[in-house]
Design a protein. Structure first.
Ligand SMILES: Nc1nc2c(ncn2[C@@H]2O[C@H](COP(=O)(O)OP(=O)(O)OP(=O)(O)O)[C@@H](O)[C@H]2O)c(=O)[nH]1
Ligand SMILES: [Mg+2]
Length: 457
């Protein structure tokens, strides 16, 4: 997400940084470029105007600091303005300060991700907040909708309200709250039906449910990919049912990100969560500072460490290190590593979170180091049998052909993977002689497949 915006702002800042002192013209030019970059990212026009005005005022009023260059100072000012546009400092948590069962109402247009997000929030509340959650689908529009939520509930390991055919959404909502009280649930998540566009019937339904349940949170789920439309959707919902928070979904895709920047200013409601994929654990809290940091490419060690520590299980890592040291690391293990790396996002994404790696990032890009290679390698490994993974030496021509066909790759790619894997194993043996410290340092780099045959480091 935000790649295009991030790239454009990066260019502006590069130009600013190269100058010692900034002339008025430099600043005017930079502001024009930032304005364009924001508009191209689909940020709503009034928000862009306001943003530029704030930055200009802050820049004019800023005291000249000796320790930093004027360019750096402008970057800081833009960063602060971005953080403010995204909602100010800190995460705004879900409101759990209400009498149990606490109703959460999920609203939004069709396909925005309400049902998926309901499942994600249920899993999050259960695992991270130790809450007993009941999921209830009020979607009587789509025949399969209630079943979809019931299946999600099962995957999340939470309860779902038994389906009774013929009830209206308000009746289901009432029954959900009664069940919540009777069976002592902490939170009841009410997932509503979406419509293709905002219409009176949808708003009336949502209003009636709201009146019947008095939710602690009315969460608007918006698809980040819809750009400017997301803003008008949010405005309409907010006017009808005054939302308490926003969940932006599909921020894992190539959304230009403008909607995220406009939401707070337009609705006054904070973005609380972001959907980063289709899986149930692909839900993250919305940290305005970190998002601003990512947009500006200024680095964000905190979220990198958090992400890494969540996904890379410590015990697993130790087991792996032992295996590596003994030279027993096999393709099965490598496949696992690939999964972890792709889970953490693209390599350049991870690198982007480290401060001061802009240059390395470029080198990585030059070396064709992207996750598409990792994904293809993952596919190759998935197409191999267990025996082949444990002992790649048995991979002869016919097996290679089968695996290439099965993974939609070519025999050459299979060969390349096997060769790389051999080299990697060698490197690991050598690295393990350096001890844990050496391994930790060389670890990730050693695991990176190299496209184009060039070394990135
Ligand atoms: N990539 C990605 N896909 C998502 C995300 N959230 C939801 N989806 C996908 O979007 C599609 C629609 O999601 P649903 O949760 O069914 O949307 P909904 O708002 O409940 O749809 P209706 O009930 O028909 O209005 C599904 O295929 C989801 O897997 C996300 O954060 N990232
Ligand atoms: Mg749904």
């Amino acid at each position: 997400m935000f790649e295009a915006l991030s790239g454009k702002l990066g260019d502006v800042f590069d130009r600013l940084r190269r100058r010692g002192a900034l002339s008025e013209n430099d600043v005017i030019e930079a502001m024009r470029d930032i304005r364009l970059a924001l508009l191209e990212a689909d940020v709503a026009l009034p928000v862009v105007r306001d943003f530029i005005t704030k930055v200009r005022l802050a820049a004019v009023g800023a005291e000249v600091l000796r320790a930093v260059s004027p360019g750096q100072q402008v970057i800081k000012i833009v960063n602060d303005a971005l953080v403010e546009a995204l909602g100010g400092e800190g995460v705004v948590p879900l409101n759990l300060n209400a009498a149990a069962p606490i109703p959460f109402l999920m609203v939004g247009l069709q396909g925005s991700g309400k049902t998926t997000t309901s499942g994600k929030i249920a899993l999050y509340l259960k695992d991270k907040q130790r809450k007993k959650v009941l999921l209830a689908s009020l979607d009587t529009q789509r025949p399969a909708a209630q079943l979809q939520l019931a299946q999600l509930a099962e995957r999340a390991g939470v309860a779902s309200l038994p389906i009774i055919a013929g009830e209206t959404p308000v009746q289901i909502a009432r029954r959900a709250m009664e069940t919540g009280r009777r069976e002592v649930f902490d939170v009841v998540i009410l997932d509503t039906a979406g419509r293709l566009s905002i219409d009176q019937a949808l708003m009336d339904e949502v209003k009636a449910i709201r009146a019947a349940t008095d939710p602690a949170e009315t969460l608007l789920v918006v698809d980040a990919m819809t750009g400017q439309d997301a803003v008008s959707t949010a405005t309409a919902f907010n006017e009808a049912v005054s939302i308490t928070g926003i969940v932006m979904t599909r921020l894992d895709g190539d959304a230009r990100g403008g909607a995220a920047l406009s939401m707070r200013a337009i609705t006054g409601a904070p973005i609380k969560l972001m959907g980063m994929g289709e899986k149930l654990d692909a839900l993250e809290q919305f940290h305005p500072e970190r998002i601003a940091g990512r947009i500006l490419g200024m680095g964000d060690i905190v979220s990198l460490v958090e992400k890494a520590s969540e996904h890379v299980d410590q015990a697993n890592a130790e087991k792996l290190a032992k295996k590596m040291a003994k030279g027993k690391f096999d393709l099965e293990d490598y496949g696992e590593q690939l999964k972890q790396i792709t889970k953490m996002g693209s390599l350049s994404g991870i690198m982007g979170m480290l401060p001061g790696v802009g240059k390395i990032k470029q080198q990585l890009a030059d070396a064709d180091l992207d996750t598409s290679i990792l994904k293809r390698q993952g596919a190759i490994i998935s197409s191999m049998t267990k025996a082949e993974r444990a002992n790649p030496d048995i991979m002869k021509a016919s097996r290679k052909k089968r695996v290439a066909a099965g993974s939609g790759t070519s025999v050459q790619e299979v060969n390349r993977l096997l060769k790389q894997f051999d080299m990697m194993k060698d490197m690991m043996k050598r690295a393990s002689k350096l001890g844990q410290k050496g391994l930790a340092r060389g670890g990730l780099a050693a695991l990176m497949p190299q496209g184009g045959g060039r070394r990135p480091f």
